[in-house]
Design a protein around this ligand. Structure first.
Ligand code: AMP
Length: 570
């Protein structure tokens, strides 16, 4: 058996035997080093081994399977129009199909890779056209891939790698049979890669039946003793990707850190955020991996003496930094491994000082938060991004604090003359209020006034444990489809009515796919689904109901626009 040792020392991508075109793409994207899952999965995948990986969104799992898959493509030979795809990636939702396909394109563009996302809910014509011209990698949802196989428009006989991404979600959505049927169309000697955030028994069954002696990779198994964790206030703010820059600004405005590191994933992100934060009035500096020790020392000096407030850095650039003054660590993304989180936040709260660790997480990354909680054995508060009202209240509080700091100043008497003159004509309270207003506005005023939309949260078990543990192993038909009309929705749930049903060919997995894909809700958040001939009732968490309605109204389900509203009480 081949051993795949985990490197203790960080190393760059150059340590992996990837084609130069791929290494160049990674460096162009500003990736400085592989994430732990990449470090562990890429070598065996390059050796064409099967890999069974437990990894959630945010770990870098997409690149972990995409890079070896691209590395193995025989692109010089594969350009015959009817050669069929060499790799197939199955994903649970349309959103993920698009993301993964963009990632494959991004990494493989110098290789000239042709990748096609295929998913339901959109006209099939464009997909047919692309398939006719030939594609190397198909990234699709199981339902639509099976449709294409049925029509004879995708031939999987030449597939050499199959990836099942977010396999637990696919099973939750009722795709087990579709996956079986698709795998049956692929050659037995294919390489099979399975990534799943949780490992329920049904995943093991798939692994046993369809994988050949897989290398198993499990992230975040270790735990940290409670005493080893720094005493730091930890918060996670849930925010959609599009609103992250605004959310970062808002959170920093509220926290008003004296000295903070903002951690990013890539060099590109470091540059973008440094610019954004400077534009917002912060004194921010980028900390690059490429800086000499001298330059680093100077940056650190500026942070220590207060000339710089924020350092924007990647993990690599910040390695070895020791800054006593640091009050805040801000993770612009959830770190790719729980251990990295612990390492980062260990930079604050030293020697009994107060410190705060703030993390911006996309809704899909909530599992990573659970993994961090498991590692640290500490619950982390998940909060929505502060509202405009929160910001205004905080700004006023800051103004009050600033005034209070000056109450004991020795030279206040200098201004008695000014006060005297003003109070000849105005009452004292009005004068004081005007002075407060002036100070408040001079220090930035109320700040911006655009609300940042809050997002749906996955339900959490008591004590903030892994939501993945809530996973049940019942099949979709046991979980869904129980008679529901006429009885009240479960507590905390809202029941939605959709004017589409069996007659339009709607299946529970279509419904789950549409909701998960369009609204970002996880399959686990969706309650019972009852499909009648002409309509469907589905339960979703009450707090997400309006967002789901709005998303479904924009979407097409089984090729149609459907009426979507809350179920009217009888
Ligand atoms: P994933 O877990 O695959 O959804 O990836 C999460 C994010 O991390 C994506 O935005 C990737 O572009 C980014 N990413 C993946 N690998 C790396 C890496 N080695 N360095 C920096 N960013 C990465």
């Amino acid at each position: 058996m081949t051993e795949y040792p985990v490197e203790e020392e960080p190393f760059g991508f150059a340590g992996l035997a990837l084609r130069p075109e791929l290494l160049q793409a990674l460096s162009g994207l500003g990736y400085e080093e592989p994430t732990p899952i990449q470090r562990e999965a890429i070598p065996p995948l390059l050796d064409r081994r099967d890999v069974l990986g437990q990894a959630a969104t945010g770990t870098g799992k997409t690149a972990a399977f995409a890079l070896p898959l691209l590395n193995a493509l025989d692109l010089d030979l594969g350009h015959e129009p009817d050669a069929g795809p060499a790799a197939l990636v199955l994903v649970p939702t349309r959103e993920l199909a698009e993301q993964v396909s963009q990632a494959v394109h991004k990494y493989g563009s110098a290789l000239g890779v042709r990748v096609l996302p295929v998913y339901g809910g959109t006209p099939i014509g464009r997909q047919l056209f692309a398939l006719k011209r030939g594609v190397d990698v198909v990234v699709g949802t199981p339902g639509r891939v099976l449709d294409h196989i049925g029509r004879g428009t995708i031939d999987l006989a030449g597939v050499r790698t199959v990836v099942l991404d977010e396999a637990d979600e696919m099973l939750d959505m009722g795709f087990a049979e579709d996956i079986e049927a698709i795998l049956a169309e692929t050659p037995d000697e294919r390489q099979t890669v399975l990534f799943s955030a949780t490992m329920p028994a049904r995943i093991e069954t798939i692994a046993r039946q369809h994988m050949h002696d897989p290398v198993r990779i499990q992230m975040g198994r270790a735990t940290t003793a409670p005493g080893e964790m720094p005493k730091v206030r930890q918060s996670v703010y849930l925010v959609a990707r599009a609103h992250k820059p605004a959310a970062l600004g808002r959170v920093l405005d509220i926290e008003a850190p004296k000295a903070a590191i903002v951690f990013c994933r890539t060099r590109e992100e470091v540059d973008e955020l440094t610019e954004l934060l400077n534009g917002r009035g912060y004194r921010a500096e980028a900390l690059h991996g490429g800086l000499s020790q001298d330059q680093r020392d100077r940056v650190m000096g500026r942070l220590r003496n207060g000339a710089t407030q924020l350092l924007v850095a990647t993990d690599v650039a910040a390695r070895g930094l020791d800054i006593e003054q640091l009050t805040h660590v801000v993770n612009y993304n959830v770190p790719s491994a729980p251990e990295a989180y612990v390492h980062r936040i260990g930079r604050v709260g030293r020697a009994g000082r107060e410190g705060a660790a703030i993390t911006l997480a996309e809704p899909r990354e909530q599992r990573m938060i659970a993994a961090i909680e498991r590692l640290t054995r500490q619950p982390i508060a998940i909060e929505n991004v502060p509202t405009v009202a929160d910001l205004r209240a905080r700004r006023q509080e800051q103004t009050r604090e600033a005034i209070e700091e000056h109450l004991g100043a020795p030279d206040l008497d200098r201004f008695r003359g000014v006060l005297g003159k003003l109070t000849e004509e105005h009452d004292l309270e009005t004068v004081v209020l005007a002075a407060i207003k002036m100070l408040h506005e001079a220090s930035g005023g109320d700040g911006d006034d655009v609300e940042i939309p809050s997002v749906a949260r996955s339900p959490r078990d008591k004590g903030g444990r892994d939501r993945g543990a809530r996973h049940d192993d019942r099949g979709p038909d046991e979980r869904r489809g129980r008679p529901g009309a006429g009885r009240p929705a479960n507590a905390g749930s809202a029941r939605l009515f959709l004017g589409i049903g069996k007659r339009a060919g709607l299946r529970p997995q279509d419904m789950v796919g549409a909701i998960a894909g369009e609204s970002g809700l996880s399959a686990r958040d969706i309650g019972q689904i009852q499909i009648s001939d002409r309509f469907t009732l589905v339960e979703v968490p009450e707090r997400s109901a309006d967002m789901v309605i709005a998303a479904l109204r924009r979407a097409t389900i089984r090729g149609r626009k459907a009426t979507v509203r809350r179920e009217r009480p009888n």
